[in-house]
Design a protein around this ligand. Structure first.
Ligand code: NAP
Length: 482
């Protein structure tokens, strides 16, 4: 069940939200503690099951009255037809027993919240909640590290009871999406951003329409983007709609990782199928892999991991992504290509293009770095002032990337032929805008992003990628500005 949490100040506002939520949610949690003088008769009147919650301060709530008043309001909610009532473990045995004694047909959730950490003693807490005689155990703890989710997952699995086990905060997002894999009977979400009742909640639209959280199950294969930050990854929009359309029991997540070694070892417990790797881990990840494909080894960076027989195998699809993006517009043969930049992306792109029948030149602010990768690619190098003649100019620096959108690596007057920018945030960089003004043909960074993703799909799935479906999904997400 996906439950929408509603926390409004007035009865009218809450009822408006309940009407909207019942169109999409499976259950609705009403946070009585946020409503001034809750009108239970009007509030607990929905086509969907209602969870009545009346949080005290210190457990993330706003209830100002006495403990007795707080529990009485929950009992009243049950009498008004609430299908569930949530009471905190910290309310004490007496209060919990009182509520259970008055529950009638309702089911009682006894909940534990920890807003600072995911404690080591999850099993002990679960046992303590279970001993209250509740119908449903709820444990929600803040994730300071992505691997806290795995501990939560293991504790929930062991409990063998009706449980809601989740991690809060941005790093806990995966436990909310994978609630069925975690063995939870429900997950909480919100109607819109800004309406969170606990840290890390995401909208029901993302939960249902993007991640299909309600359709995932224990067998769902996990993939995801490892990064820091991972939250800007567009891969979730490129891959998840494809899994839905092709009815594949897979999900692509975002993994906000602080400790790469710990993450890679712990995540294996969820039997993942593969990962995309982004900044800052493309080089660091090499030392944690069991095998590295030759191209990735030559480049010295990995942006894709395939998990096979519990082994991590590294690949690099950035270079081929750029090559395919160029080939969509023109042929490489005989072209004079200037690559600007000598960072990770430039390394991958120059290595792959050096295998083609074209002439490369690598220019960089720090000339030493250009010299290093030019040696590998067997081509010329220079400073940003050595532009010379070219047919295709390829920006592989981060210049012009948001928030420095007004910057450009090369003055407008020098632009000619074909100009490609691998920066994709924004899509229309100043470099590309000025290139268009100079009547150049342009290739944007989204084309490379798409093609490197297509190659990732091929590696993970071992089948021909649905290119047009992936293109459509990626562009749809960009137009919707998610
Ligand atoms: P990186 O390793 O940090 O390299 C950054 C490069 O930019 C270096 O060559 C650096 O020059 C240069 N640079 C930075 N600031 C500069 C400035 N003010 N003036 C001149 N040069 C400057 O980054 P990366 O991983 O290669 O990524 C570069 C860009 O490509 C990022 O915007 C990234 O998002 C994008 N990217 C796009 C795709 C895609 O699929 N479209 C894939 C990968 C990366 P120095 O060596 O002198 O510091």
């Amino acid at each position: 069940m996906i439950c929408v949490s509603i926390s409004e100040k007035t009865n009218d506002e809450a009822i408006k939200q309940i009407r909207a939520a019942e169109k999409i949610a499976d259950a609705i949690e009403i946070r009585l503690d946020s409503i001034e003088e809750p009108d239970l008769n009007r509030l607990i009147n929905s086509t969907k099951p209602i969870i009545a919650t009346n949080r005290k301060k210190g457990e993330g709530g706003n209830f100002e009255g006495s403990e007795e008043e707080r529990i009485s309001l929950l009992i009243e909610a049950i009498k008004n037809g609430a299908e569930y009532a949530d009471i905190e473990l910290s309310s004490g045995k007496q209060a919990i027993s009182k509520l259970i004694g008055e529950k009638g047909k309702a089911r009682i959730i006894v909940s534990y919240h920890n807003f600072t950490e995911t404690p080591e003693s999850l099993d002990v807490i679960i046992d303590e909640i279970s001993s209250t005689g509740c119908d449903i155990i709820k444990i929600a703890a803040f994730a300071n590290d992505i691997t806290d989710n795995i501990r939560m997952f293991e504790a929930a699995k062991k409990s063998g009871k009706n449980i809601i086990a989740l991690c809060m905060g941005e790093k806990g997002e995966i436990s909310r999406i994978l609630y069925k894999k975690f063995g939870s009977i429900l997950t909480y979400s919100i109607m819109e951003k800004g309406k969170e009742t606990a840290p890390g909640q995401i909208t029901i639209q993302l939960m249902k329409n993007l991640y299909r959280a309600d359709k995932l199950n224990k067998e769902t294969q996990i993939l995801g983007t490892i990064g820091k930050p991972a939250k800007y990854s567009r891969s979730i929009f490129m891959f998840n709609p494809v899994y839905e359309k092709l009815k594949l029991n897979k999900v692509h997540l975002k993994f906000e990782v602080d400790n790469l070694a710990k993450f890679l070892s712990e995540i294996k417990k969820l039997k993942p199928a593969g990962f995309a790797v982004t900044t800052p881990y493309k080089e660091e990840v090499l030392k944690h892999l069991d095998e590295i494909d030759e191209t990735a080894r030559e480049i010295g960076a990995v942006n894709t991991i395939v998990v096979k027989d519990n082994k991590l195998i590294g690949y690099n699809t950035d270079g081929i992504g750029a090559k395919r993006a160029i080939q969509e517009k023109t042929v490489l043969e005989g072209k004079n290509i200037v690559i600007i930049g000598a960072g990770g992306a430039a390394k991958a792109v120059s290595y792959v293009l050096s295998k083609e029948n074209c002439n490369l030149r690598i220019l960089n602010r720090t000339v030493e770095k250009a010299k290093e990768i030019a040696k590998k690619a067997g081509c010329e190098y220079g400073s940003l002032n050595d532009l010379g003649n070219f047919d295709l100019l390829l920006n592989c620096t981060s210049v012009g990337m948001s928030p420095n959108e007004s910057e450009t690596p090369i003055e407008k007057k020098h632009l000619k032929g074909i100009v490609m920018d691998i920066v994709y945030k924004p899509i229309m960089t100043t470099l590309l805008k000025e290139a268009k003004e100079q009547r150049c043909e342009t290739i944007d960074g989204i084309s490379m992003l798409l093609h490197q993703g297509i190659e990732q799909y091929r590696l993970w799935m071992g089948i021909e990628p649905p290119i047009e479906l992936m293109r459509e999904s990626l562009w749809k997400s960009l137009s919707e500005k998610q």
